[in-house]
Design a protein around this ligand. Structure first.
Ligand SMILES: Nc1ncnc2c1ncn2[C@@H]1O[C@H](COP(=O)(O)OP(=O)(O)OP(=O)(O)O)[C@@H](O)[C@H]1O
Ligand SMILES: [Mg+2]
Length: 566
């Protein structure tokens, strides 16, 4: 930065030097025929240009370094911040919008920082130096030449404000564009089969047109402010020629001063124009910063208590006390007073119609969401008083929609290993552990058949695997984690009966000695659970083991009969 500052001053000084040298060039060399001066000027000019070029380079390089460094820090910081936000935030914001902020917004910020950061200091310094040069050479002429510029301040500032509004529009439209692309690519199968490529194209076309309009608006403002400055410069030069010419003819000033003056004025044109242009670019940067700060200012609704302590898990007993959950967007509550005791080491199954609130219960236990009323305790401690890290360390989760990550099968399984140092370079012991888990999840056979076995890249979200294969990798991941609390949400739903039975046995083995909360639609998979809770519309309507629930002849018995009694 310091070197950048020195370089900036050198650029300013060398630019003014170029203008200064015009005076002896005209007065001493051309008018008086002084050959020594001819050499001085002849060598001085390339010297001044070389100095300007070198210091320009140094200044750009140091500013770029600083600017890009800032953007890199911002990227990391934003990502960290986003990852700390809760589930509700991600359900509210489309992924495309968020990625566009991390990619497009930060890139706009980068170009703002590098272009204005580089130019701002240098152009201001150059301008100050040139104006000083002008004033020293002939202050009367300077006042005449420069008087047009203060008039420009107001319109250029007004344009800048407009630029900022337009830039905000532009960023938002870019977000829509990104979200749309994301959706179309991710859902490519649905889009094709449902015959909607045409509709997606039309939608995209609409956004592209809006994008076009917004970009034109932004650029038009830049062009307009450039035009204003150009016009003002023309007027300034005209005034100088008229008044200065008059003074040269009068004999009050020399032709050399006149030429040096015009040179300095022409040299000043560029920084002035850039500064005018910059006001628009800067406004664009400010618009982006506004959007980024809006994210940085979002606090997670779900927060650690200031005095949060690590959760002391002895055996993982779970207790839900009259918990209620209502989503802001809906009037009906997702959970309407659930009380549930899961003694340590037991397996409790949650069954019931779709939308009954089963996944919501799991989300509460894992504290991915807080209840609107009531509390959730693990081993007698309210989980809201525990650090999130300590809670999550003790919980393994298989979600309803399996998430796999870009990377190898092995990495995806070891993702769950609590003490994996570097999942990209696993030790032999970790490999063995992953393989055992995969065997238990009945995944070993198909993994071994992949082109590179455990080291096969499964690509974005595991798209190269079948639904059942993905699910078994997720189960292996949960097994590797070896946590005292196990949450399974439809973990075997995508498997055929035969595989399901094998995985089921493994899960039962895994669940031994752990507190397990398992959600299932296929009742046969949970008939051996210690207790089965039947949920309907956010309430527990029946509770008991398989046989007693059948004997009751209620909702469970009906569901069971509906599944063919097996
Ligand atoms: N983010 C959300 N915003 C608003 N409502 C939600 C949200 N998430 C879930 N719900 C609602 O909460 C209720 C319970 O949802 P939940 O996902 O717990 O059901 P579920 O029993 O797991 O159903 P399924 O068997 O289909 O998975 C549903 O009515 C659902 O519409
Ligand atoms: Mg669910």
């Amino acid at each position: 930065m310091a070197a950048g500052g020195v370089a900036m001053l050198l650029v300013a000084a060398s630019t003014s030097l170029t203008a200064w040298l015009m005076k002896p060039a005209v007065d001493d060399v051309l008018a008086a025929g002084d050959t020594t001066m001819m050499w001085v000027v002849g060598l001085g000019l390339p010297g001044a240009f070389a100095l300007k070029g070198i210091s320009n380079y140094m200044q750009r390089a140091s500013m770029l370094y600083a600017g890009l460094g800032m953007v890199a820090t911002a990227r990391a910081r934003l990502f960290r911040h986003l990852m700390a936000l809760d589930l509700a935030f991600f359900q509210r914001h489309p992924t495309g919008d968020l990625t566009s902020r991390l990619i497009i917004d930060l890139d706009t910020l980068r170009s703002t920082i590098t272009s204005t950061g580089i130019a701002l200091g240098r152009d201001v310094a150059t301008l100050v130096s040139l104006i000083t040069t002008l004033l020293v050479m002939d202050w009367r002429l300077s006042l005449v030449g420069l008087m047009i510029f203060p008039v420009l301040v107001l319109p250029v500032a007004a344009l800048g404000r407009r630029a900022r509004r337009r830039a905000t529009d532009l960023q938002e439209t870019l977000g829509h564009y990104d979200a749309l692309l994301h959706q179309a690519f991710e859902g490519v199968r649905v889009v094709k089969i449902f015959g909607t490529p045409e509709r997606e194209r039309t939608r995209l076309h609409g956004v592209v047109l809006r994008l076009f309009g917004a970009m034109v608006q932004v650029e038009r403002i830049k062009i307009l402010s450039a035009f204003l400055i150009e016009l003002a410069s023309g007027i300034a030069v005209a005034l100088v020629v008229l008044y200065g010419g008059h003074r040269v003819i009068d004999g009050t000033t020399t032709a050399g001063t006149f030429f040096a003056f015009i040179t300095a004025l022409i040299l000043a044109y560029r920084p002035i124009k850039k500064l005018g242009h910059m006001s628009a670019v800067l406004q664009e940067g400010v618009a982006v910063l506004d959007r980024l700060f809006a994210i940085l200012d979002t606090r997670p609704e779900l927060r650690e208590a200031p005095d949060a302590r690590p959760l002391a898990v002895s055996d993982g007993a779970i207790r839900l006390e009259d918990v209620r959950v209502s989503h802001a967007e809906t009037t009906r509550s997702a959970l309407d007073g659930i009380t549930l005791d899961i003694p340590a080491g037991q397996t409790v199954a949650l069954v019931g119609p779709s939308g009954a609130g089963k996944t919501t219960v799991l989300n509460l236990v894992a504290r991915l969401r807080d209840p609107s009323a009531g509390r959730v305790c693990i081993d007698g401690q309210d989980i809201r008083g525990a650090t999130l890290e300590s809670l999550w360390r003790h919980v393994a989760l298989v979600t309803q929609d399996v998430t796999l990550f870009e990377g190898t099968v092995l990495e995806n399984i070891l993702f769950g290993a609590p003490d994996a140092v570097d999942p990209r370079a696993p030790s032999a012991e970790e490999r063995a552990r992953a393989e055992t888990a995969a065997r238990n999840a009945d995944a070993h056979a198909f993994i071994a058949a992949l082109p590179e076995g455990y080291d096969t890249q499964i690509g974005e979200s595991g798209l190269r695997l079948s639904g059942g294969q993905r699910q078994r990798i997720a189960i292996a991941r949960a097994m590797v984690k070896d946590a005292p609390i196990l949450l399974l949400d439809e973990a075997t739903a995508a498997l055929d009966r035969e595989t399901e039975r094998r995985v089921q046995t493994a899960l039962e083995r895994l669940g031994r000695g752990r507190t397990t909360l398992v959600v299932a639609h296929r009742l046969a998979t949970v008939r051996h659970a210690d207790r089965i809770c039947v949920l309907e519309a956010g309430r527990i309507v029946e509770e008991g083991d398989h046989d007693s629930l059948l004997a009751r002849g209620g909702l469970y018995a009906r569901l069971w009969a509906g599944q063919g009694g097996a």
